[in-house]
Write a protein that binds this ligand. Sequence first.
Ligand SMILES: Cc1ncc(COP(=O)(O)O)c(C=O)c1O
Length: 371
Amino acid sequence: MITRRGFAARIGAAVAAGRMLPEMAYAQRAMIQGDLPKDMVWLNANENPLGPPQSSLAAMADVLSAAGRYHYQEVRDFYAALARSEDLQPENIVAGCGSSELLHAAVEAFTAPDRPLIVMHPTYEGPPEVARAMHRQVIQVPLLPDYSADVRKIAEAADKIHAGLIYMCNPNNPTASITPKAEVAWLVANLPPDNVLLIDEAYIHFGESKELETALPYVRQAKNVVVARTFSKIYGMAGVRAGFVCARPELIERMRPFRNNVLSIIAIRAVLAALAESRTLLPERRATNARIRGELCAWLRERKLPYIDTQANFMMIDVGRNAREFIAKMPPMGVAVGRPFPPLDNMLRVTIGTDPEMQKFRDVFWRVYRG
Ligand SMILES: Cc1ncc(COP(=O)(O)O)c(C=O)c1O
């Protein structure tokens, strides 16, 4: 039997060790160890509690008995369906086991020992971790006070150091903030030649702001822009592992050698089923997330607790003290939230779950907050 104090200490140590782990969902979960309560609520990895749509579940179940074959002949239609869903051509797409694989491929393709990676800071750690592992230089440009990307400083840095790749996450993880469409447009227009701008839109479907716009039009205009998308977030299929990037064909051809393989037939069928109902599925899920998120924001406002305006399925709350210990106290009480995200030391990141999960989050959060 593990004592509560011992348990918290273990989480603390694991969170500290986590600074060396990539900010991948599996790492988020792996950081929380110990004898966890059976009814643990997981609000730490920006997953979607609704899970895969029914049509995807049925499609996956249906294909399981045929999983002894490679099914490579279906890949062409899969690419065609992905391309159609974004009004692009199959040559504009490469798919992977989650968008992680393709973020990795982009770092491999567009950075070099003398072509650094530029990232906003803080942001999703996947690309900078891969770049560092490859001994690429990583330049971090701090977010502006409104938590948007400082596109002017990014362009200046890219020009000065002859960067190979700029990674922008919009909406950004961990802040759930956006970089307004005019700022993205400015950066695209002012990209130094030979620089590629990778825009990660993992959470874009959850956004409601008029200032938030996909960068896909720049792909259609054949700019040096790569857009990353995933089926892990609004589609609720993080464990299925499916994502893709969109870009003009020359950029796709530079990334393609660095992906690992084709997706499993199970993932392919799940994605095809989900895409077939995306017109209704996405607005429904966006509205559910926005309602539950709005209720949490109202609860925080009533208590005068500051938070960062959120356009995603997670948000950052200012707990008014260093959040590291606060975060570590929650799992033994049955709720796991995101790891600390320096330099935002007072911020706690929570994923939006179901109504009962958020009720439990509020109870546990308040007990820890009140001490
Ligand atoms: C911004 C961002 N991009 C990409 C990913 C990776 O997602 P996946 O590999 O599951 O598509 C995540 C996961 O949390 C993320 O937050």
